[in-house]
Design a protein around this ligand. Structure first.
Ligand code: BG6
Length: 512
């Protein structure tokens, strides 16, 4: 039974410290990310008293517009994207701190005028010379913007002030381009000025994986190959590619989801306990476990990786088109919208424990979860009873949408005959902590303003992630899929993904 009252008010009562005084400069200020996620998240920080008093925003984009028009546009739209009703007095505070300037990201003159604008905004708002630059732009501009910022002297940290740059995803499109980008930005910035963002790390439930594993005494002793049979990570979406056909055609599910979001989930699930929860020990362990993932040889890719593309189907009772019928998609497209992988982690803890991962668009349900399947007891002692087979215990971290953790185990079914039945223990976030409305970027933006990079990807983490993905990209490029589309929209993906597990005697948890 859910508790009628929240048991703890901790999610509301405990606040961190506000960010340092700073100017938040957004490249790509007229884009979707800014209006849907960045501004609403900053607004939520303000609501929770986590924005510094000495704060201002400069929006930069190539659209010609006055600051007044930009402020009006944001003000008109903010209500659609915040998680609570916008309070006019808070928005007024926010609005007074917004400046806009137009400019071409490739033109050095843009950065000269940004420097002047930044100096005057900084003076007006007393933000101590600190500045955070957010690249909410197409990835082709990431390196360019950093180089231009550096050339204009905007990334220099002198007189005790800081300058940081948040780089959006995707960080490269393969190992080589990710490393080239690392080198390019690394030539202009110190690693501690670079914040490579992955919005999955902003999710409370994702951060909770560490708390769950390392703040409890009872789970960690079981968290290894002595007790765990295998792990299943599912990131299933019901949405299609929406208006992002052009981007998705060149990206595909593997690049879009695996080197970043899914490997972040793998690393938090599989990493060793860090020596402390400071940023570097945590990031060291996350990277170390990614490096232990066995890299696939080209001939193994078909056995360990499955790709899929959705065809027409039905979702929530409505017919939906196939991927090839989506806007800006090639009618003969070979881009995958689904991927399932089996990974082996070659280290002491995980040797012999397969990690099965899958993600796809237009799947039967929206669900992100990590399921830990435990081994059965070493022997079945129920002699002279009908019990010959028992279900494996399963611990599931439900990351979204119904956030919580559940544990399933076997219990005796009441009655004179020994019979076992599977039962569940269920923890739901909402029952204990109430609904905590957040966009998901709040923690990440605040951490950057505070200077805590724990939840951001380091250069070597990015490198380790792409090393896992690259052999699969290469193999798939060399042999285009001949069976696309191979799953219907609204289903659980291609049958080859079921075979991937069946081969090892397993089954995907959710497929009915
Ligand atoms: C983005 C991908 O990074 O993550 C999208 O580019 C995907 O394709 C999205 O839909 C999923 O994020 P979330 O938070 O909805 O699980």
């Amino acid at each position: 039974m859910p508790n009628p009252e929240p048991k703890h008010a901790s999610s509301q009562a405990v606040h961190g410290r506000p960010g340092d005084p700073c100017v938040f400069v957004i490249f790509g200020a007229t884009g979707d990310l800014t209006k849907r996620l960045l501004i609403p998240s900053l607004y939520n920080l303000l609501v929770n008293k986590l924005l510094p008093d000495k704060f201002a925003i400069i929006g930069v984009s190539n659209v010609k517009m006055s600051s007044e028009d930009f402020r009006k546009q944001l003000g008109d739209e903010i209500g659609q994207f915040t998680t609570t009703k916008v309070k006019p007095e808070l928005w007024k505070w926010f609005d007074q701190r917004i400046t806009y300037m137009s400019g071409d990201f490739k033109d050095p003159a843009t950065y000269t005028s940004l420097k002047t604008t930044l100096e005057s905004v900084d003076k007006a708002h007393g933000s101590s010379g600190n500045a955070l630059f957010y690249t909410a732009v197409s990835p082709s501009f990431f390196g360019e913007i950093v180089k231009q910022l550096a050339a204009a002297g905007l990334t220099k940290e002198t007189d005790g002030h800081w300058r940081r740059v948040i780089i959006e995803k995707p960080f490269g499109h393969d190992l080589e381009s990710a490393n080239a980008l690392n080198r390019e930005i690394g030539a202009c910035l110190d690693e501690n000025q670079i914040y490579r963002i992955d919005h999955y790390l902003g999710k409370e439930t994702v951060q909770n994986i560490l708390a769950f594993r390392f703040a409890n005494g009872i789970f960690e002793p079981l968290w290894n190959n002595n007790y765990i049979d295998h792990v299943q990570i599912t990131v299933a979406e019901t949405v299609g590619v929406e208006h992002r056909g052009a981007f998705y055609e060149a990206t595909g599910a593997l690049r879009d989801m695996v080197p970043n979001h899914i490997l972040a989930l793998v690393s938090l699930t599989a990493m060793e306990p860090p020596i402390s929860f400071e940023s570097e020990p945590v990031r060291d362990e996350k990277t170390k476990v990614l490096r232990a993932i066995r890299l696939l040889k080209p001939e193994d890719v078909p056995k360990w990786a499955v790709r899929g593309q959705y065809g027409p189907g039905t979702l929530e009772g409505k017919p939906v088109p196939g991927y090839r019928e989506e806007p800006q998609v090639d009618p003969k497209s070979g881009t995958e919208t689904y991927v399932a992988l089996k990974l082996a982690i070659d280290n002491w803890r995980w040797s012999g424990v397969p990690f099965y991962l899958r993600t796809g668009k237009r799947m039967a349900n929206r669900v992100t979860e990590i399921a830990i399947r435990f081994k059965t007891p070493p022997m079945l002692g129920f002699r002279r009873t009908g019990v010959s087979h028992i279900k494996q215990n399963e611990l599931v971290m439900h990351l979204q949408p119904n956030e919580g953790i559940s544990l399933s185990f076997n219990a005796k079914v009441p009655g004179p005959v020994v019979r076992l039945g599977g039962v569940d223990m269920n923890f739901k976030y909402a029952d204990y902590f109430g609904a905590a409305p957040s966009i998901g970027y709040e923690t990440l933006l605040l951490d950057c303003m505070i200077g805590d990079p724990t939840l951001f990807q380091r250069a070597d983490t990015v490198d380790a992630g792409w090393r896992v993905v690259d052999p699969i990209l290469d193999a798939w490029k060399a042999t285009p899929a001949s069976d696309f589309p191979n799953y219907a929209a609204g289903s659980w993906g291609p049958s080859a993904a079921d075979d991937l597990l069946k081969h090892d005697g397993h089954k995907w948890r959710l497929n009915s």
